[in-house]
Write a protein that binds this ligand. Structure first.
Ligand SMILES: Nc1ncnc2c1ncn2[C@@H]1O[C@H](COP(=O)(O)OP(=O)(O)OP(=O)(O)O)[C@@H](O)[C@H]1O
Ligand SMILES: Cc1ncc(CO)c(N)n1
Length: 270
């Protein structure tokens, strides 16, 4: 079995962050581990408070994992501030794990900032060059490039700019545009589009976390980059189509449906 680590924030309501990542890992048959960088008191409606974990504790958690266990893949989500980013970047340089998928989380669904805006430059300089693949949504790609992105052509231009910042692959997610949900992958040589029909639902809490974790798990399981993204896109589309009407706001993605279809769950009520 492959071992995959998520470095991200905790969502106590279970729909996004570390909790979404670990559920996604389990559904992909990989052994999940977690380094918590921030405790976010949030639910499907709002963020109540954010408690950042001190950099020393983040470094210790990363050491605890790497000194003992082979790490076959890493997903990085919410990083709240510059110091946390520098700490994680240093540890990535020290341990040099393969297949780092960086989801540059900036803002929660309801509009609450999960990253301090002044950390943007550190994200660009310290984190992007350490990533095998980054998965920004449209507003994140706009913040990172300074471009306005409204069309597939502009997504491609932004992806090319992001690649120049040092990451090896870029997947810009089109969830925030209208029409089909089209994500565009750029590996420095060619662009590939991954298209899914847009599902009419308000239950989209944790979609980005689900997608990036599924990609990290697929890469760890030995898939090539485009195949890993294709399979992850199919996974997240199914997880949104069958999203759970839990909570009063944006309900979470469903990590059980694919397993259930394959007969992998008994006595589950879906
Ligand atoms: N309504 C939808 N129907 C189908 N696919 C969707 C829908 N909304 C988002 N997606 C897809 O879900 C994935 C996550 O994209 P999205 O742009 O929502 O990420 P995000 O904004 O980072 O999510 P998060 O809420 O976790 O921060 C992408 O593959 C996107 O195309
Ligand atoms: C902890 C956490 N990470 C990421 C997101 C973005 O979905 C969120 N809402 N909460």
């Amino acid at each position: 079995m492959k071992n995959v680590l998520t470095i991200a924030g905790s969502d106590c309501s279970g729909g996004a962050g570390i909790q979404a990542d670990l559920k996604t890992f389990a559904a992909h048959g990989v052994y999940g581990m977690s380094v918590i960088v921030s405790v976010v008191a949030e639910n499907t409606c709002r963020v109540i408070s954010i408690k950042d974990i001190p950099p020393k504790s983040i470094a210790d958690q990363i050491d605890a994992v790497f000194e003992d266990i082979r790490v076959d893949g890493v997903k990085i989500g919410m990083l709240s501030n510059k110091e946390q980013m520098k700490t994680v970047a240093d540890k990535l340089l020290q341990y040099r794990p393969r297949g780092v998928v960086l989801d540059p989380v900036m803002v929660a669904k309801g509009g609450c900032a999960l990253m301090h805006p002044e950390a943007l430059e550190t994200l660009k300089k310290e984190m992007l060059p350490r990533a095998f693949l980054i998965t920004p949504n449209i507003p994140e790609a706009e913040a990172l490039t300074g471009m306005k992105i409204e069309t597939a052509e502009e997504m491609k231009q932004a992806a090319a700019l992001l690649l120049k910042m040092g990451t090896q692959n870029v997947l810009i997610k089109g969830g925030h545009l209208s029409g089909d949900a089209v994500d565009i992958l750029y590996d420095g040589k060619e662009f590939s589009a991954f298209t899914a029909e847009r599902i009419q639902t308000k239950n989209t809490h944790g979609t980005g976390c689900t997608l990036s974790s599924a990609i990290a798990a697929n890469l760890a399981n030995g898939m090539g980059t485009a195949d890993a993204v294709k399979a992850a896109k199919e996974y997240v589309t199914t997880a949104i189509r069958h999203a759970l009407p839990i909570g009063k706001g944006h309900g979470p993605t469903n990590h059980f449906y694919t397993l259930y279809q394959k007969g992998g769950l008994r006595n589950a009520e879906l």
